[in-house]
Design a protein around this ligand. Structure first.
Ligand code: SF4
Length: 755
C-alpha cells in the first residue's frame, strides 16, 4: 500500500558496488552493519574507512518515521525549509496521545476529541508535504513500520527510541530527535558517530515457555542499561535463524533499553516469509537477489571475536524465561529464581495487572502464544486473579486477531482490549486504583519499566516479561508463580497446570484489515492548507529566526550562570510541558527552570539586571527581549547532556539568548544550538568560568572574522567598572558558520530552495 518500492530498488541497485568499495577501503571482510552503513554514506560510494567509535559520518537514510508527540516540532521546523515535499519517504503515526481508560472504541473517541487540533495539524501538514499519515487507532509506529516500510538492507531514522524494532527485518533503524528528522526530510545529510559493534551469537533453539523476548531480557541483564551505548548489536548464528521476523523485531526493539544505537539481524527465510505474509513479496524477491550483501561476510561468522568489539554467546536451548525489574529493565531474573527474589526483596507478591501488547510484543505470533495460555483459564476452569489488558500494535494485527478469535479468547478470560496505541506503555493510562500511591506490582510485555512510567505511581513495581508469561502470571495473580513447575487451584478445587504456549507465526488465513487507518498524501500538495488555529495553546507556526546582524554582539546581559549538571531536562523540562511541544512560545516558559543559579544556588531564580530584582528565568529573559537586549547563558561541563530534544536549543534562541558559553558541551546539544543559529562557545581556559559575575554585561567580538578554528573574544564588563577579557573556542565549520549568519540551518535551506 504505502511502501516505496522504487526507492528500495535503487538501494539494492547500488548495494553490491558500495559494499565492495567499502571492503576495499576498510581492508577486511565486513559485518552486516558495516555493509548497510557504508552503503548509506551521503557522499555515495565509500572512498575512505571510518574508525568505529571515533569518526563522525554523514549518512543518507532511506526513510523517516515520526510519532505524534515528536512529529509536531519536527514538522513545524520542516515547514521552515521551504521545500514543496519531503526529500525522503516519511510517515507520521498517531499513537502516543491516546489514553487507555475503558476500552478501545471509547478511548479512541476521547483522544480524537481531546487532541483534535494536533491530529488536524499532523494530517494537513502530512498531506501537503507528501508524508504518509497513520491516523489515531491505526497502530503504534514501530509495528506499523515493520508491517509496511522496513526492508532488509535499508536505513531509517525515527523520532522515537524504539525505532530499532525494524532491525527485525534487517534494517538499520535509529531513534533520533525531531531536528534530525527535519534535516533528513529537508535533504540534509544525517551525522552519526560510526558505531562500535557488539556481536551476539545465538546457538540452539527456543522451546517451551522461552521466547524471543527472553533473549533480550537476558542480554539486558548481561550488558545493563548502558552496555550498548554507541554500539550496534548484531545477532547471528543458527539460533538467530530459528526466530521469527517479529521475534527478531522484539529483540531489536528492546535494544534501546541497553542504550544501543540500534540492533539488527541478517536477512533470512523467516524475514522473507514475513514480507510475503504482509503483502510485500516483491521486496522479498528483490532482497533474495542481493542476499549475499544482507549478511556479514563468511569470515566474520567464522571468527566473530576478531570483527566485533564485544562478543556474547547465548544458547537458546538453555534459555529460561526471564522477568526483569522492578524499576529498571536490566535487573534480569530467570523464572526459576524470580519467586525467591520477590520474597527476599519484599516486592508485593500480589499481581494487580498484567498488560500485554505494545510495539515490543504485539505480533500475531505473540498474540497466539498468549491466547493459547489465556484459553486455558476458561478450559481449566481457573478464576483469573489479576486485571488483564491487551494493546494490539496495529489495526492489521487487531483485525486479524479478532477474525481468528484471539481477542475473544482474551475477553473470555476477563481481558480488556485497548486501542491500537501506546497507552499504558507511555503513562497514558487512567488506571483504576483505590489509592494511586499504593505499593503494588504489575507485569507487562512492554520494554521500559522505570518508576512512574506506566501509571505515574512511583510505588508501582513494574516487571517486564514475554506476553505469554504475563498472561500466565495474570491468571495466577501472584508474582511467585512459576508456570513451568507450579499448579493452580481451579474453581472445582482441583490442581491444574498450564500447558506450554503454542504460537502461530503467520495467520493461516493471511492477514486481513478493513481500514488500516492510512491516509496517503496529495500528489500535489501546493494547494493544501496546514491547519493551525492562531488561538491554539498547543500548536504555533514558527517564524524564521532573524539572520545575524553582521556585527559583533555588544551589551549582552548574563541571564544565568548555571552551576553543575545542566541536562536537556534542566533546560527544557518534560512532564507537564510535553503538551506544548508544538508551541514554541508556550514551551519556552520552561526554559532553564531546572538549572541551578551559581550565585544563589536556587533553581528558576535569576537577577533581572534591568530592575535588580530576582525573577523566574523565562520571565527575566522575556524582559530582556522586550527591551531589545540580548543575553548569554553560562554553563559548566557537558552542558546539554541527555536527550536530543531540539526544544532545549530552540527556546533560548526564540527568547533572544545570543550565546551559550560553557566549559564543555554534550555534542548533540552543541550541534542543535548551531542548527538554530545560536553561538555555542566554550571557555578556552575553563577557569575563566570563575570570572563571570552576576551583574556582568558581555561583549562577543571577532564575529566579523568568524572562521573555523579561530577563537572569539569575550569581554566582561563587571558592575564595579572593571573588565575581564578572555578567548572562547568554537567548533563551527564553514557550513555551520553559514547557518549562524543565516539565522538557522533551515533559513539557509530555504534561501537555497528559493534561489
Ligand atoms: Fe514507545 Fe511504548 Fe509506544 Fe512503543 S508502545 S512506541 S515503547 S510508548
Amino acid at each position: 500500500m504505502a511502501f516505496d518500492f522504487d526507492m528500495i530498488q535503487r538501494v539494492y541497485a547500488n548495494l553490491g558496488e558500495r559494499v565492495e568499495a567499502a571492503r576495499q577501503v576498510v581492508g577486511r571482510p565486513l559485518t552486516l552493519s558495516e555493509k548497510i552503513l557504508y552503503a548509506h554514506l551521503s557522499a555515495g560510494t565509500p572512498s575512505r574507512a571510518y574508525e568505529r567509535g571515533k569518526a563522525y559520518v554523514d549518512f543518507a537514510p532511506d526513510r523517516v518515521a515520526m510519532q505524534d508527540a515528536t512529529a509536531q516540532m519536527a514538522l513545524l521546523q520542516f515547514m521552515q525549509a521551504g521545500r514543496p515535499k519531503v526529500a525522503v519517504p516519511s510517515t507520521v503515526h498517531c499513537d502516543h496521545l491516546i489514553q487507555a481508560e475503558v476500552g478501545a472504541e471509547q478511548d479512541l473517541d476521547t483522544a480524537k476529541n481531546k487532541n483534535r487540533e494536533v491530529y488536524d495539524f499532523l494530517a494537513s501538514v502530512s498531506n501537503k508535504y507528501g508524508i504518509g499519515f497513520w491516523k489515531p487507532g491505526a497502530g503504534i509506529i514501530h509495528q506499523v513500520v515493520i508491517e509496511n516500510y522496513a526492508f532488509p538492507g535499508g536505513m531509517m531514522i525515527g523520532t522515537d527510541s524504539h525505532t530499532p524494532n525494524a532491525g527485525g527485518l534487517s534494517m538499520i533503524a535509529i531513534g533520533v530527535g525531531g531536528a534530525d528528522a527535519c534535516d533528513v526530510m529537508a535533504g540534509l545529510p544525517w551525522e552519526l558517530k560510526m558505531p562500535k559493534l557488539i556481536g551476539v551469537k545465538l546457538t540452539g533453539k527456543l522451546s517451551g515457555w522461552a521466547s524471543a523476548k527472553d533473549v533480550i531480557l537476558r542480554v539486558a541483564g548481561i550488558l545493563t542499561v548502558k552496555g550498548g551505548t554507541g554500539a550496534i548489536v548484531e545477532y547471528f548464528g543458527e539460533g538467530a535463524e530459528s526466530l521469527s521476523a517479529t521475534g527478531k523485531g522484539t529483540i531489536c526493539n528492546m535494544g534501546a533499553e541497553i542504550g544501543a544505537t540500534t540492533s539488527i539481524f541478517a536477512y533470512d527465510e523467516r524475514m522473507a516469509a514475513y514480507l510475503r505474509a504482509t503483502n510485500r513479496a516483491d521486496i522479498a524477491d528483490a532482497a533474495e537477489a542481493v542476499k549475499q550483501h544482507l549478511r556479514s561476510d563468511d569470515e566474520v561468522y567464522a571468527d566473530p571475536a576478531t570483527y566485533y568489539d564485544q562478543l556474547i554467546e547465548i544458547n537458546l536451548s538453555e534459555l529460561e524465561p526471564h522477568i526483569n525489574g522492578p524499576f529498571t529493565p536490566d535487573l534480569a531474573w530467570p523464572l526459576s529464581n524470580f519467586a525467591k527474589a520477590v520474597k527476599e526483596n519484599g516486592w508485593p507478591e500480589k499481581l494487580e495487572v498484567g498488560l500485554i501488547g505494545s510495539c515490543t510484543n504485539s505480533s500475531y505470533e505473540d498474540l497466539t502464544r498468549s491466547a493459547s495460555v489465556a484459553e486455558q483459564a476458561v478450559s481449566k476452569n481457573l478464576k483469573v486473579k489479576s486485571e488483564f489488558t491487551v494493546t494490539p500494535g496495529s489495526e492489521l494485527v487487531r483485525f486479524t486477531a479478532e477474525r481468528d478469535g484471539l481477542l475473544n479468547t482474551f475477553e473470555n478470560m476477563g481481558g480488556v482490549v485497548l486501542a491500537n496505541a501506546c497507552g499504558p506503555c507511555i503513562g497514558q493510562w487512567a488506571r483504576h486504583m483505590d489509592d494511586p500511591s499504593r505499593k503494588n506490582s504489575i507485569i507487562t510485555s512492554f520494554n521500559r519499566n522505570f518508576a512512574k512510567r506506566n501509571d505515574g505511581n512511583a510505588s508501582t513495581h513494574a516487571f517486564v516479561a514475554s506476553p505469554e508469561i504475563v498472561t500466565a502470571f495474570a491468571i495466577a495473580g501472584d508474582l511467585t508463580f512459576n508456570p513451568m513447575t507450579d499448579t493452580l487451584t481451579n474453581e472445582n478445587g482441583e490442581q491444574v497446570k498450564l500447558d506450554e504456549p503454542q504460537g502461530i507465526e503467520q495467520p493461516v488465513k493471511g492477514y486481513a484489515v478493513e481500514d488500516a487507518g492510512y491516509q496517503a498524501p496529495a500528489e500535489d500538495g501546493s494547494g493544501v492548507q496546514v491547519l493551525v488555529s492562531p488561538t491554539s495553546d498547543r500548536l504555533q507556526l514558527l517564524e524564521p529566526f532573524p539572520a545575524w546582524e553582521g556585527t559583533d554582539l555588544k551589551g549582552l546581559k548574563l541571564l544565568i550562570k548555571a552551576k553543575g549538571k545542566c541536562t536537556t531536562d534542566h533546560i527544557s523540562m518534560a512532564g507537564p510541558w510535553l503538551k506544548y511541544r508544538g508551541h514554541l512560545d508556550n514551551i519556552s516558559n520552561n526554559m532553564l527552570i531546572g538549572a541551578v543559579n551559581y550565585f544563589n544556588e536556587k533553581t528558576n531564580s535569576v537577577k533581572n539586571q534591568l530592575t535588580g530584582e530576582y525573577g523566574e528565568v523565562p520571565a527575566v529573559q522575556r524582559a530582556y527581549k522586550a527591551a531589545g537586549i540580548g543575553s548569554v547563558v553560562v554553563g559548566d561541563e557537558n552542558y546539554g547532556e541527555g536527550s536530543s530534544r531540539e526544544h532545549a536549543a530552540m527556546e533560548p534562541r526564540f527568547l533572544g539568548v545570543r550565546a551559550i558559553l560553557v566549559r564543555s558541551f554534550a555534542r548533540i546539544h552543541e550541534t542543535n544550538l548551531k542548527k538554530q543559529g545560536m553561538l555555542a562557545l566554550t571557555f578556552a581556559n575553563p577557569a575563566d568560568y570563575d570570572k563571570i559575575q552576576e551583574d556582568d554585561t558581555i561583549d562577543i567580538e571577532g564575529l566579523t572574522e568568524f572562521a573555523p578554528g579561530r577563537p572569539l573574544e569575550i569581554v566582561l564588563h563587571h558592575a564595579d567598572g572593571t573588565t575581564d577579557e578572555f578567548l572562547a573556542n568554537h567548533t563551527y565549520n564553514e557550513g555551520q558558520i553559514e547557518w549562524f549568519k543565516a539565522g538557522a540551518a533551515l533559513n539557509l535551506i530555504r534561501q537555497k530552495t528559493n534561489a
